[in-house]
Design a protein around this ligand. Structure first.
Ligand SMILES: Cc1ncc(C[n+]2csc(CCOP(=O)(O)OP(=O)(O)O)c2C)c(N)n1
Ligand SMILES: [Mg+2]
Length: 564
């Protein structure tokens, strides 16, 4: 365990010791015969290291992603070769798009049979090439500490992201006498003094500045520093898609999320601002509303882009000031900037007033109004409650009407991967047993990873699962009605009784069919001794907060009559 350690250890023991050196305390996985020696080495450290047994590798990898987001340390995932690795790829893609530090360990066929297409053999370098920051195979036990150390450095440094390490079976049992490495250090760029002076200068010339926060690599302190900066400069701050917890939503500087379903008034402010400061966000398809919000390649407004990955700067949008910096490093420097007298107090106040109007509950068809449910939850949940979700229109209600609290009260995939909410909630409750954790899922979304209810039950995790059931893959149906009105195809769902399903897992389960019933069901769930699931049956017409399914169809039929 220390640099002077010169005992002979197996590759598997070296791996587990290396994880401990780097401060790991937990991993998520599904076992496989391809890494029995690692499982055995984990047996020796059960008092210090928890191996969370999952039901599907997609769930395990999503849990590792959520762990990485919550702690800033790499989330660890162990899976078997071929089928295990392919299942886990879902979470690696999410970690890539979300810039989350994750390390995936895959049991690999032995070197005696490699390249014969042996049982479940795959070349992970080719498979994960585009999804991971680094993919490697550790062929020699004596180099395990080096590979693991490099994996840690790579996962957390620069633009954070996932790393994949394959572990050939024979390497795991080979013996080697090598010392451990020291603990990893995160490496990040700092903004230059001239960058910060130029930023201040540009702000001093601005009249209608706007800020977008987003991306990975943030920390609680970085968010606090950034908040001090935007407070001193009285800047209006939008958060990129699913990064809404980078500033407490009750802060008067928060003006809304910049994503699908963007508040038209906020969109207008972005279009007419004269200085755009983007910190950490990639300015991807959703944050720019399909690349329509800003001109490509040069914006009309002055543009400052701060990003931890140098390769991202200038990629689509050319900037007036491009700053390669880690988020904490930039936030500290921004906080230290000498304030100016802002000339845009009314602009910031107006943007905030637009948000407050936008977040008032709306009328919807049917007996359950999800905007009112969210209003109820924002009054009822502690500020540090963690809200998770996967993909589907059901998530729009939380994104628009819930007031996310401080850093890491939101866990949601910017990759738009369905099935993230349930496993992310499991990881969140394991990392923060004292915090309230609620997973929002759609009926389609839930069944992608719903088997991880068994993991919640196994580890006795009191999570609240809310399944918003509209009997369809609603998002796709919405697009279908827009593009091919009246021609429903491939989107209808016949669902199980979700509440009964939860009870089958030993959890508390209820069905809710009115807004008022949600409130009482929520109170009962609070008192349940186990995790609870509330299935909320909503009217399929209530497709999103802005319109109804029939209205979308009627509108589309005007320009696209059905084929005769
Ligand atoms: C893993 C994955 N598969 C497919 C999709 C495409 N997709 C996006 S939303 C959606 C439907 C979601 O349905 P549901 O969870 O019931 O939510 P709703 O839109 O009905 O509220 C689908 C199929 C996706 N984003 N991710
Ligand atoms: Mg649905």
């Amino acid at each position: 365990m220390n640099p002077a350690d010169t005992r002979a250890r197996s590759g598997a023991q070296l791996l587990v010791d290396s994880l401990l050196v780097h401060g790991a305390d937990m991993a998520f996985g599904v076992p496989g015969e391809s890494y029995l020696a690692v499982l055995d080495a984990l047996h020796d450290v059960e008092d210090r290291f928890r191996f969370v047994i999952c039901r599907q590798e997609g769930g395990a990898a999503n849990m590792a992603d959520a762990y990485g987001k919550l702690t800033g340390r790499p989330g660890l995932c162990f899976v078997t070769r071929g089928p295990g690795a392919t299942n886990a790829s879902l979470g690696i893609h999410t970690a890539h798009q979300d810039s989350t530090p994750v390390i995936l360990f895959i049991g690999q066929v032995g070197s005696d049979v490699v390249e014969r297409e042996a049982f479940q053999e795959m070349d992970y370098r080719r498979m994960f090439g585009q999804m991971a920051k680094w993919v490697a195979q550790i062929d020699r036990a004596d180099r395990v500490p080096e590979y693991v150390s490099h994996a840690y450095h790579t996962a957390v440094s620069g633009r954070p992201g996932p790393v994949v390490l394959a572990l050939p079976e024979d390497m795991q049992t080979d013996m080697a006498t090598v010392p451990d490495t020291g603990r990893y250090q995160r490496v990040a760029a700092n903004p230059g003094g001239s960058d910060m002076r130029k930023l201040r200068e540009m702000l001093s010339q601005a009249e209608r500045p706007m800020v977008i926060l987003g991306g990975g690599g943030w920390s609680r302190d970085a968010c606090e520093d950034l908040r001090a900066f935007v407070t001193a400069y009285n800047l209006p701050v939008g958060c990129a898609y699913r990064c809404q917890d980078l500033i407490d939503n009750r802060d008067p500087h928060y003006v809304g999320d910049v994503a699908v379903g963007l508040n038209p008034k906020l969109a207008e402010r972005f279009k007419t601002c004269d200085l755009l400061l983007v910190v950490g966000a990639r300015l991807g398809e959703w944050t720019t509303v399909n690349y329509t919000l800003f001109d490509i390649p040069r914006l009309k407004q002055k543009f400052v882009h701060v990003h931890p990955g140098a390769e991202e700067l200038g990629r689509v949008y050319q900037g007036d000031l491009l700053i390669n910096s880690g988020m904490p490093e930039f936030a500290v420097a921004a906080r230290a900037l000498e304030p100016i007298k802002p000339r845009w107090d009314a602009w910031t106040k107006g943007a905030r007033a637009d948000l407050e109007a936008w977040q008032r509950p709306v009328e919807v068809p049917g007996k359950v109004n999800m905007s009112v449910v969210m209003e109820f939850l924002r009054g009822r949940l502690p500020r540090d409650a963690i809200i998770t979700n996967g993909a589907g229109n059901f998530s729009l209600w939380a994104h628009r009407f819930y007031h996310y609290g401080p850093f890491r009260t939101q866990l949601a995939p910017t990759s738009g991967a369905m099935g993230y909410g349930v496993p992310a909630a499991v990881a969140a409750k394991l990392v923060h047993p004292d915090r309230t954790v609620i997973a929002f899922s759609g009926d389609g979304d839930f069944l992608m990873t719903g088997q991880e209810l068994a993991t919640a039950a196994q580890y006795d995790l009191k999570i609240l699962f809310v399944v918003v059931n509209n009997g369809m893959y609603g998002t796709i149906r919405m697009h279908q009605e827009r593009e091919f009105p009246g021609r429903v195809s491939g989107t209808q769902l016949k669902n199980p009784d979700f509440a009964a399903l939860a009870r089958a897992y030993g959890l508390h389960g209820e069905i809710v069919e009115t807004t008022a019933d949600f409130e009482t069901a929520f109170e009962r769930a609070q008192f349940a001794k186990t995790a609870a699931l509330i299935e909320v049956r909503i009217d399929p017409e209530a497709i999103n907060p802005r319109t109804t399914l029939s209205a979308i169809r009627a509108e589309a039929l005007k320009s696209k009559p059905p084929p005769s």
